[in-house]
Design a protein around this ligand. Structure first.
Ligand code: CMP
Length: 396
């Protein structure tokens, strides 16, 4: 009973399944509450409004923190339903979960309130500003922000490179202008750090005009700094734009039916089933020679190869899988860790299916289940494994 409830709470709070109305509505309500909270923090700073509605603001704050606290505790309770944490002990799983970025954001959204309550001498104004951190809770619900996060992560090397170039240009420009202008305008170009203000305003093409070089040589250098600034500061924008474009391209191939049609397993499904699966699959592009997962890893999804080749590293002979093959089903069906390491041989465009969705799909589709069962039995024999107790989709 408690286990069933826990599972349901997990599905509602943590699994964004498109067909789950309750989960969708709770997500919407939480998003509305977060937005209302941020608006309240902003509006509260208008003194006449605050003075008039102080008690309403307080009631709203207490109610919001109560809801966010319950949400946080529930997420903590159900966290070991995540397959990646299922193998840890209850305390270890919770500690790992508490250290994830989302859990830290959830904690930061409520902690200032309790600090103010316990420590009456704390700076309340500062703590109020911390309430704006609640805005970060929205990241969980926004695929666009998640995409931005992925782009920043993917392009971090290029972005750090661009940042270094910008820092070097700032240094060169401010040093040059300092030596040229220090005797003419010592109040504005008296040191390299002081000259950096001019260099930054010029490189970024903001040009406040509060500090300008007076000598002809200073103006010539200024001209060069402007032109280089234009090019260099456009660099990170270009990097981000192309990162976004390739990220969207990666996502786009999922929605194409032709990709799904490459997987023989899906070829026999009717249009309705294919469109359902299309919504469940996620794209992942894996570069050659990348390990997709290691033997012994906990398993929470399975993979279909849309294009490319992957190698299952088993003894005595590794098995090569190609377009339309699938892998990673074995651990999900038998509730065991990965039975083998799988490595991309060429660049692979993979379709990833979450464990929950896979189980839902098998429970709904007898045909699919039979085909997968056959493959699994054959693979188990090749691996020399006894299948033992199997997951039964009928019982959930
Ligand atoms: P899983 O155990 O989740 O992770 C390793 C995967 O390798 C396994 O699922 C299967 O999908 C795949 N695999 C294991 N043995 C074979 C085999 N003999 N032939 C093809 N694929 C295999």
């Amino acid at each position: 009973m408690a286990q069933g409830l826990k599972r349901r709470v997990y599905q509602v709070l943590e699994v964004a399944h498109p067909d789950d109305r309750v989960s969708r509505n709770i997500d919407r309500a939480l998003v509305a509450l977060i937005v209302a909270n941020v608006l309240a923090v902003v509006i509260e700073t208008v003194e006449p409004i605050h003075a008039r509605y102080a008690s309403e603001f307080w009631v709203f704050e207490v109610a919001s923190v109560a809801i966010f606290t319950v949400e946080y505790l529930l997420r903590m309770w159900v966290c070991n339903e995540h397959l990646s944490l299922a193998r840890d002990g209850p305390i270890e799983a919770r500690m790992k979960f508490a250290a994830t970025p989302f859990a830290l954001i959830d904690l930061a959204a409520i902690v200032p309130f309790y600090i103010a309550l316990i420590l009456p001498f704390a700076d309340l104004r500062l703590l109020r500003v911390f309430r704006l951190l609640r805005l970060l809770k929205l990241v969980r619900y926004s695929p666009a922000l998640a995409t931005l996060g992925r782009v920043l992560r993917n392009e971090r090397r290029a972005l750090v490179g661009a940042l270094l170039i910008m820092a070097a240009m700032l240094l060169v420009a401010s040093t040059a202008i300092y030596y040229i202008e220090r005797d003419i305008s010592p109040d504005k170009f008296g040191s390299i750090p002081e000259s950096m203000w001019w260099a930054l305003a010029t490189l970024t093409t903001v040009g406040y005009g509060d500090v300008v070089p007076a000598s002809p040589l200073g103006k010539i250098v200024g001209g060069f700094v402007m032109i280089f600034g234009l090019g260099m500061f456009a660099l990170p924008i270009g990097i981000l734009a192309s990162g976004f474009a390739s990220e969207i391209q990666r996502r786009d191939f999922v929605v194409s039916w032709s990709m799904i049609a490459r997987v023989p397993l899906f070829a026999r499904l009717d249009g309705l089933s294919v469109s359902r699966i299309t919504n469940l699959l996620q794209a992942r592009v894996v570069e050659p020679d990348t390990v997709i997962f290691h033997k012994g890893d906990p398993a929470d999804n399975m993979f279909f190869i849309a294009t490319g080749e992957a190698r299952v590293e088993i003894e005595p002979e590794p098995v090569l899988l190609g377009d339309g093959d699938f892998f990673g089903e074995f651990a999900l069906l038998n509730d065991v860790p990965r039975s083998a390491t799988v490595r991309a041989v060429t660049q692979c465009r993979l379709l990833v299916l979450d464990c929950e969705d896979f189980r839902g799909l098998l429970a709904d589709d007898e045909n699919l289940r039979r085909i997968i069962d056959e493959v699994v039995e054959q693979r188990a024999a090749e691996l020399g494994l006894d299948l033992g107790t199997r997951f039964d989709p009928e019982s959930g």
